[in-house]
Structure formats: structure tokens, C-alpha cells
Design a protein around this ligand. Structure first.
Ligand SMILES: *[C@@H]1O[C@H](CO)[C@@H](O)[C@H](O)[C@H]1NC(C)=O
Ligand SMILES: *[C@@H]1O[C@H](CO)[C@@H](O)[C@H](O)[C@H]1NC(C)=O
Ligand SMILES: *[C@@H]1O[C@H](CO)[C@@H](O)[C@H](O)[C@H]1NC(C)=O
Ligand SMILES: *[C@@H]1O[C@H](CO)[C@@H](O)[C@H](O)[C@H]1NC(C)=O
Ligand SMILES: *[C@@H]1O[C@H](CO)[C@@H](O)[C@H](O)[C@H]1NC(C)=O
Ligand SMILES: *[C@@H]1O[C@H](CO)[C@@H](O)[C@H](O)[C@H]1NC(C)=O
Ligand SMILES: *[C@@H]1O[C@H](CO)[C@@H](O)[C@H](O)[C@H]1NC(C)=O
Length: 265
């Protein structure tokens, strides 16, 4: 008798899980999804968002049938692992949002067959070392958002396989210092966002190799006037540098340096 009521309860509970998915124009939203729902999921829209719940591991088979997806979001669902090949059947995927999860590392193979991906949003995860993320497979990635993680160091090899990047957002991290040539593989980068860190020192040559950079964000850091020497270095295509909320006044810097671009404070 007890078993029967348990079975009934489970049947109802699993229906509830299914019922918590709703189709809105253009997007299917599921609340409280579990990995078990994966193979049976019916997602007709091209965007799919999972909110909350416990999807801690993105399993290799979960998305096999959802080959039409173009945008996929996991918002605060405890994701910490993406299994090898988990996204490999999503040949049309352009946007992957993994905001507010528990990711510290991503293993090789997680992004295999993801050359259609244009935007990867990892805002609000637990990434400390970018070198623990294997970007292999993201040959066409344009926008990488690493906002609000725990990153304080960077090395040029951290961005291997990301030569196509146009936007790199490292705002709201823990940088205090920037090393020479940190970003030099990113020859196509247009926008670099380093706002809201703790940056005090910028080594000469930090922005070496960023030959296509147009916009540099360094607002809300701890820079003093003596650390603005990088502005005199060659940044051939830069149009705007954002320097507000640091420890100097922009008027002084503007009048002393003969710059070909605007400083915005
Ligand atoms: C998805 O589409 C199929 C047919 O294309 C339809 O039978 C099914 O009811 C749709 N599901 C939802 C949840 O809209
Ligand atoms: C989330 O799922 C994992 C296994 O997929 C499990 O180990 C963990 O206990 C679950 N957490 C919660 C809060 O249910
Ligand atoms: C990648 O996609 C190709 C087809 O485009 C397929 O043959 C191959 O099995 C896929 N790789 C993985 C790891 O799923
Ligand atoms: C989920 O996160 C994305 C950012 O990755 C955000 O644009 C979107 O609004 C969020 N969706 C919901 C329904 O909260
Ligand atoms: C790469 O991105 C461009 C647009 O940025 C797109 O036109 C092209 O089809 C993408 N390539 C692949 C393999 O998806
Ligand atoms: C600068 O380079 C040194 C030596 O390679 C390294 O230990 C340090 O973590 C780097 N700092 C940053 C902020 O990347
Ligand atoms: C500023 O730079 C321009 C072009 O590089 C140059 O023609 C001009 O003489 C410079 N002015 C000063 C005050 O250095």
C-alpha cells in the first residue's frame, strides 16, 4: 500500500516537472528541471531557458533531440560540469548562457562541435583560473563574458582557440595588476572590459597585439595618474577609453597627453 502511494506520488511529481515547462513566443522556459527529463523533453521553440532547479551536470545525451536550438540558457541551476560532447548535437547553437552557476573548470571536449557558437555567457560562476577552461571547439566565438568570477591572473595561452573573439568581458573580477602582452593572441578583439576590478598597476605593453581594439573599459579601478602611461602606447584603432571612477582626474590626463581617441570619465 505504501509502495503504491509512493509510485503515485512519483508519477504526479514527474508530471509536475513536465508541466513546469511553458512555451512563450520564441522561447520555452522550464523551471526546476532535472537531468532525467532530458531525453523526453519537448522543446519546440528555438530558445530554451532552464531556471533554478538542479541541473548540476550537463549530460552528454540530454540535448540529443534538440538539434534545432539556437539559444540555450541555464540560469542559476547549479551547473558545475559540462560532459564531453554534451552540446555536440546542437549544430545551430549561437548563444549559450550559463549565468549564476558553480563552474570552476571546463574539460576538453565540452565544446566539441560548437563552432556555430557566437556568444558564451559565464557571468557569476566560480572561475578562478581561466587556464582551467578548455575552449577547444569554439572556433567562431565572438563574445565571451566572464563577468563576476574570481579571476586575478591571466596568461596569453589562456585564450588559445579564441582568436575570433570580438568582445571579452572580464569586469567584476579581482585583477590588481596586468602583465605585458596578456591579450596578444586576441587580434580580432574590438571591446575589452576590465571595469570594476582592483587594478592598481598596468605593465607597459599590456595591450600589445590588440591591433583591432576600439573600446577599452578600465572604469572603477584603483589606477593613479602615474599608471596611465599605457595611453601613450600604440593602440592603433582605439576610439574610446573609459577611465571614470579611478584615483585621478581625467582633465589632467587629457591635457597632458596628445591622444587620437577620447577618454571618457
Ligand atoms: C511541439 O510540436 C509538435 C508538432 O510539431 C506538437 O505535436 C506538440 O504539441 C508541440 N509541443 C508543444 C509543447 O507545443
Ligand atoms: C543535485 O543533483 C546531484 C546529482 O545530479 C545530487 O548529487 C545533489 O544532491 C542534488 N542537489 C540537490 C540540492 O538536490
Ligand atoms: C560532430 O558533428 C558531426 C556532423 O556534423 C558528427 O558526425 C560528429 O559525430 C559530431 N561529433 C560529436 C562529438 O558528436
Ligand atoms: C537568463 O540569463 C540570461 C543571461 O545569460 C538573461 O539574458 C536572461 O534574461 C535570463 N532569463 C531569465 C528568464 O531570467
Ligand atoms: C561564424 O560566425 C559568422 C558570423 O559571425 C557566421 O556567418 C558563420 O556562419 C559562422 N560559422 C559557423 C561554422 O557557424
Ligand atoms: C604576471 O606574470 C607572472 C609571471 O608569469 C605571474 O605569476 C602572474 O600571475 C601574472 N599576473 C597576472 C595579473 O596575470
Ligand atoms: C598631436 O598629434 C598630432 C598628430 O599626431 C600632431 O600633428 C600635433 O602636432 C601634436 N600636438 C602636440 C601638442 O604634440
Amino acid at each position: 500500500m505504501r509502495n503504491l502511494s509512493l509510485i503515485t506520488f512519483l508519477a504526479v511529481a514527474s508530471q509536475l516537472t513536465v508541466q513546469s515547462c511553458r512555451n512563450f513566443p520564441g522561447i520555452t522556459i522550464c523551471v526546476g528541471l532535472t537531468p532525467k527529463s532530458g531525453p523526453h523533453l519537448e522543446v519546440n521553440e528555438t530558445s530554451f531557458a532552464v531556471l533554478h532547479g538542479n541541473m548540476s551536470v550537463l549530460q552528454a545525451t540530454f540535448f540529443n533531440r534538440l538539434t534545432h536550438l539556437e539559444r540555450l540558457y541555464f540560469n542559476t541551476t547549479n551547473v558545475w560540469k559540462i560532459e564531453k560532447g554534451a552540446l555536440a548535437s546542437l549544430h545551430k547553437l549561437k548563444v549559450l548562457g550559463l549565468t549564476g552557476n558553480k563552474i570552476t573548470s571546463i574539460e576538453e571536449g565540452a565544446f566539441s562541435n560548437c563552432s556555430s557558437l557566437e556568444t558564451l555567457d559565464l557571468t557569476g560562476n566560480d572561475i578562478e583560473f581561466v587556464s582551467n577552461v578548455n575552449w577547444k571547439g569554439l572556433d567562431n566565438l565572438s563574445n565571451l563574458i566572464l563577468r563576476h568570477n574570481f579571476i586575478s591572473t591571466i596568461s596569453p595561452s589562456d585564450f588559445q582557440h579564441l582568436e575570433q573573439l570580438k568582445l571579452l568581458d572580464l569586469s567584476m573580477n579581482y585583477f590588481e595588476h596586468l602583465n605585458s602582452s596578456s591579450f596578444h593572441v586576441l587580434k580580432n578583439l574590438r571591446i575589452l572590459n576590465l571595469a570594476k576590478n582592483l587594478i592598481e598597476t598596468i605593465e607597459s605593453g599590456t595591450f600589445n597585439g590588440l591591433v583591432n581594439l576600439e573600446e577599452l573599459h578600465l572604469e572603477s579601478n584603483h589606477l593613479t595618474k602615474t599608471e596611465t602611461g599605457f595611453l601613450k602606447e600604440t593602440l592603433p584603432k582605439v576610439k574610446q577609453v573609459y577611465l571614470g571612477k579611478n584615483k585621478f582626474t581625467c582633465e589632467g590626463v587629457r591635457s597632458e597627453m596628445n591622444l587620437t581617441y577620447s577618454i571618457l570619465c
